[in-house]
Write a protein that binds this ligand. Sequence first.
Ligand SMILES: *[C@@H]1O[C@H](CO)[C@@H](O)[C@H](O)[C@H]1NC(C)=O
Length: 404
Amino acid sequence: MVRSLGKYPHNKFVVLGSCVGLITAAILTNFLWASTYRSLFVSSAYPRSLTPNMKGERQELRLGVDDEDDAHILEWEEVAEAPVGRLDGAAVQIGNHLYVFAGYATIDKVHSHVDIYNLRSNSWEGSIEMPQEMAHSHLGMATDGQYIYAVTGQHGPQCRGPTSLNFVLDIQTKQWSHLPPLPLPRYAPATQLWKGRLHVMGGSKENRYDPALEHWSIAVDNGKAVESEWRSEIPIPRGGPHRACVVVDNRLYVIGGQEGDFIAKPGSPIFKCSRKLEVVFSDVYMLEPGGKEWNVVPSMPKPDSHIEFAWVVVNKSIIIVGGSTEKNPVTKKMVLIGDVFQFNTQRMVWKTIGQMPYRVKTTLAAYWDGWLYFTAGQRDKGIDDPSPKKIMGKTWRTRLNLSP
Ligand SMILES: *[C@@H]1O[C@H](CO)[C@@H](O)[C@H](O)[C@H]1NC(C)=O
């Protein structure tokens, strides 16, 4: 088994004062080497974006980021590759199974099935066909441990239109059923089950670009809606797609994401994707049970988008892997990241705990028996070029040791 190498010894140079000659030189060398090495593995040089002005709690950003840089070097090992590569897929974990849905195979071809990965046996155990009308990317998804709720998203390849249809998969019977459609279709809305209700908020509107602020919920029980209509809830302060949406300790968190996205080229018969301005955020919002407004909580160490299924919760920390950050200011190309972030929800503090084997967005994460996993996504061009290229099916894991 491959283990983490433990804390990087960069605190060594504090003993400098009592040393002379050779020892000083040796320690300086170590320090210089350590600085170079750390900058390769722990990139914390990005500017931190500002939180918007709004009502509710507001904390100084510095309070929320652990500047004491004690990132581990994560050792990754490759495990069983998925049957297909996918970009913009969706995933939920139930026990030792990761259910991996849909996604683009290429920009012109989308998947319409679910692959099932057994984390315990490290094997891909068959697949389930999806209903034809169900979206193929940009879905919202959540699970209660038996039923998987799949909402809205894009139907078809390239930059095609969204559907407002919602589906439920019973993992015992592998049968699909319906939920009432969303009031309006959305691309990549933040989605989570919270206190017996399925919540769907944000995302992009029908043109794939305009950020939506609306927040709806519907009561669900045993895979069925127990109300006939979606109910309006407290709109989120900032709309847009590709955010992580997580419940920890009965609090609902919405993390990162972006405003804007590729749109269909006007008049294109294949809805060819064309690029428009996107702005990526590090903002984190939190709603407490019975809360009347969203709280602003400490921002991520970097702006991060395409993370809707790139998170796990371990010991009340939210772990987020990879994503896309602010574009290159010169080339305007998308910049992927390979950081592994931890948000300790008890201390309300973020830190970067290590790096992935490559930078990757829309990767799908899981946690099992001490191991952090990710599969799928679109990776970088290479170590020197963080812009997106290959759509992946590879699966990786690393030992996770969170300091308390
Ligand atoms: C979670 O907490 C338990 C109990 O303190 C500890 O044994 C375990 O190692 C922690 N998990 C990780 C991934 O750090």
